[in-house]
Design a protein around this ligand. Structure first.
Ligand code: NDP
Length: 259
């Protein structure tokens, strides 16, 4: 963990779930964390707690990653002591709806594509050149998904966005192969966060049903892997990690205990 002391970590989607857990574990490891989300009051509250708990620095910023200009502006106007970002965690993302593709809601598709793919691209395009310019041992950690490997019914667009995350990660890794930058794609299976509540447009009953009869991963399980990858020695690049609950094999194949 020593390697993370005073590193600057930029985390998108840090107001909840995996992003929030990453912020906590990075702060615990002595890193300085930039927490971004649309719910600025939530990230501010989390940043305040982390500062007090771990005596490290935390900066909360309002950001909608779908907004290209906002992404550029937020990075351009970082206070000088936060400018040299070492680690970018592209975590902001969502699934919307579980309808058949031909019956899907176009606005849901746009939210997924604009956040999971374009938001990740905007942040990467803005921050990676700065990592190179600042000569840091940069690290881009993308939160992909098992959904990017196997499609499942009703998940076509979400799966396509996460498949894009896999290939954007692979392509970037090739493009920066002659630099110190590392690229990691973490592909979780089922993690119990606010994810399903958002997917089902706030229907908590439907969301709870997803995790019924199976022990899902928790956000800290993923944050552990993120921090492990980030704290590996500079010559070690963890390219891809797929992690599922023990009773899940693919997005669609899982075993649930009957009650
Ligand atoms: P949560 O819903 O708990 O957290 C999602 C986070 O993303 C929130 O902080 C949210 O903040 C942020 N976010 C969403 N849209 C935007 C946006 N436009 N701009 C900035 N931030 C945004 O879900 P998870 O923690 O589970 O999800 C995190 C990532 O993990 C996602 O990329 C998801 O696809 C991926 N994943 C999740 C799995 C799961 O089973 N939970 C499995 C595999 C991958 P706010 O709304 O305040 O902006």
């Amino acid at each position: 963990m020593k390697t993370l002391q005073n590193k600057i970590v930029f985390i998108s989607g840090a107001s909840s779930g995996i992003g929030r857990a990453c912020a906590e574990l990075f702060a615990q490891a002595g890193a300085k964390v930039i927490l971004c989300a649309r719910s600025v009051e939530k990230v501010q509250e989390i940043a305040d707690v982390l500062k007090a708990k771990y005596q490290t620095d935390a900066l909360a910023l309002k950001l909608d990653v779908q907004d290209k200009n906002a992404v550029n502006e937020i990075v351009d106007t970082l206070p000088s002591e936060w400018e040299k970002i070492d680690i970018l965690v592209n975590n902001a993302g969502l699934a919307r709806g579980l309808e058949k593709l031909h019956q899907g809601d176009v606005e849901d598709w746009e939210a997924m594509i604009d956040t999971n793919v374009k938001g990740l691209l905007y942040l990467t395009r803005k921050i990676v050149p700065q990592m190179l310019e600042n000569k840091v041992n940069g690290h881009v950690i993308n939160i992909g998904s098992i959904a990017g490997i196997h499609a499942y019914p009703g998940g076509a667009v979400y799966c396509a966005t996460k498949s894009a995350v896999k290939f954007l990660s692979d392509g970037l890794r090739m493009d920066v192969v002659d630099t110190p930058i590392r690229v990691t794609n973490i592909q979780p299976g089922m993690v119990e966060t606010n994810f399903s509540v958002i997917r089902f447009h706030g229907d908590k009953g439907k969301a709870d049903n997803v995790y019924d009869g199976i022990k899902p991963l928790v956000a800290e399980d993923i944050a552990d892997i993120v921090v492990y990858a980030a704290s590996a020695p500079a010559h070690v690049q963890i390219c891809e990690v797929t992690v599922t609950p023990t009773n899940q094999a693919t997005g669609g194949i899982l075993h649930k205990e009957k009650k």
